[in-house]
Ligand binder design. Structure first.
Ligand code: SDX
Length: 429
């Protein structure tokens, strides 16, 4: 029970609303009884001031540029941990012991293959389909192949579905990539770690041996870690809303993938690299900054700004370090796109418009540069974001499903349409 309250005066009514105190972040005004007591709704399009749930998984402090997963700062996890260990942390709440980690990694490794008939499912798509379109379709179709892990009321089936999704998303994303370039699918290999296996499934061909460079595998793993979870962002909120109706986990994750695709969200990494290519050279940067500042132009700098971070995105800082390492390894440290990106960041951060609106590079600003240097086409950037975010989506899904107070999400509205009126026969219109 709360011992803090807010008092709201509405007309001749005084309503007492409980205030909840979190372990971190701002206090929360509990309005669950507001409509019943005050006969009013709140109004918050885009949920800029709304806590839609309580959670113990990820905490973000937008002012401090802080991102914690179960309390552990993202920069420490990116440096000292690895993606599957972060998956364990997000799913179960604590860092695993060596034995727990070994068992978890074995369970994921042994679920990386997909049902062989899924290969036929891919063949129904056009070769030039965007891999995100394929991903949404194939992940949604997983409920047609894995009926034995769709009962959300069975804790064991929930666990199997979580492992299957984390294990199979890289395989499905790699298959979407291979299908789009007309190359044969490459089966997962149990002797490779999660990130190396994904690179192998994407870049190896039957005609020759492909050795995964351990530095690229480490950079890939770090990119997965930096994208793993991010509190109640648009796609996670989509997964939570879908799961509140009791939909099966595969359908919920497919809904999250669909939402992530938008350029304002996970599609920004593809849009950002396309923007850097459109800018092309450093001397054209002022032209694009001017467009982004022009009130009459809806143009925005992709990879800049964030709903929550208002100083810097801690993931962008780590991602930039990774970009430097990968480009140096690949001998492309003078990559023209990186030059444009660094000069764009410098000029934007020096511009009062961006400083006043607190627009800083976000996680998507540098990730595209690394992924392109690794050999991925821009169309694969968001599928990679989706496969990394799957653990966040499924962790938040599990947390919500196990909440005994779970009820279907059903927002209301501020109605501005016509009030009731009688039908008019067509001859009288
Ligand atoms: C992700 O929520 C998450 O956590 C998401 C994410 C995750 O891990 O899940 O972090 C991943 O989605 C990162 C964001 C990737 N998106 C982009 O890089 C696309 C470009 N950024 C914008 O579209 C925008 O910044 C958003 C969508 C990210 C945030 O928008 P908000 O918080 O709704 O802010 P807003 O649109 O109300 O903009 C506030 C002001 C506006 O100016 P005014 O109307 O007040 O005059 O800032 C301006 C905007 O015009 N603005 C920009 C801008 N972003 C905001 N101006 C130029 N370029 C930009 N990128």
């Amino acid at each position: 029970m709360s011992d803090k309250f807010a008092r709201l005066i509405i007309g001749d009514k005084e309503i007492e609303l409980p205030i909840h105190t979190p372990t971190a972040g701002p206090d929360v005004l509990d309005i669950t009884k507001l409509y019943a007591q005050g006969d009013v709704f709140t109004y918050d399009p885009g949920f800029t001031s709304t806590a839609a749930c309580d959670s113990t998984i990820t905490f973000i402090d937008g002012e401090k540029g802080e991102l914690l997963h179960r309390g552990y700062p993202i920069d420490q996890l990116a440096e000292k941990s690895h993606f599957l260990e972060v998956c364990y942390l997000l799913l179960y709440g604590e860092l695993p012991s060596a034995t727990e980690l070994e068992d978890f990694e074995a369970r994921v490794t042994n679920h990386t293959m997909v049902h062989e008939q899924m290969h036929n499912f891919f063949r129904g798509f056009r070769r030039d389909a965007h891999p995100m379109a394929t991903l949404v379709g194939v992940v949604g179709a997983m409920s047609a192949f894995y009926h034995d892990s769709t009962d959300i009321n069975d804790e064991w089936q929930r666990e199997v579905a979580a492992i299957r999704l984390i294990a199979k998303l890289p395989t499905i994303a790699a298959m979407a990539f291979k299908y789009s370039i007309g190359q044969p699918f490459v089966y997962p290999r149990n002797d490779l770690d999660y990130a190396a296996n994904f690179l192998h499934m994407c870049f190896s061909v039957p005609a020759e041996k492909y050795e995964v460079d351990p530095i690229l595998a480490r950079a890939m793993d770090r990119i997965f870690t930096l994208h793993a979870d991010h509190e109640q962002n648009a796609s996670t909120s989509t997964v939570r809303l879908a799961s509140s109706s009791g939909a099966n986990p595969f359908a919920c994750i497919a809904a999250g993938i669909a939402c992530l695709w938008g350029p304002a969200h996970g599609g920004a990494n593809q849009a950002c690299l396309e923007m850097l290519k459109e800018i092309g050279t450093v001397d054209r940067i002022p032209e694009f900054i001017a467009r982004a500042k022009d009130k009459n132009d809806s143009y925005r700098l992709m990879g800049f700004g964030h709903r929550v971070y208002k100083n810097f995105d801690p993931r962008a800082t780590v991602m930039k370090q990774s970009a430097d390492e990968v480009l140096e390894l690949l001998g492309v440290e003078d990559n023209p796109l990186l030059q444009v990106a660094m000069e764009l960041e410098k000029q934007a951060l020096a511009d009062p418009y961006f400083a006043e609106k607190k627009l800083f590079p976000n996680v998507d600003f540098y990730s595209g540069i690394i992924l392109e240097a690794m050999g991925f086409p821009t169309s694969m950037f968001t599928p990679i974001f989706a496969l990394a975010r799957t653990v966040g989506w499924i962790s938040q899904w599990k947390e919500q499903i196990s909440d005994p107070n779970l009820k279907i999400g059903r927002p209301r509205q501020l109605y501005k349409g016509e009030t009731s009126r009688d039908y008019v026969d067509i001859e009288k219109r």
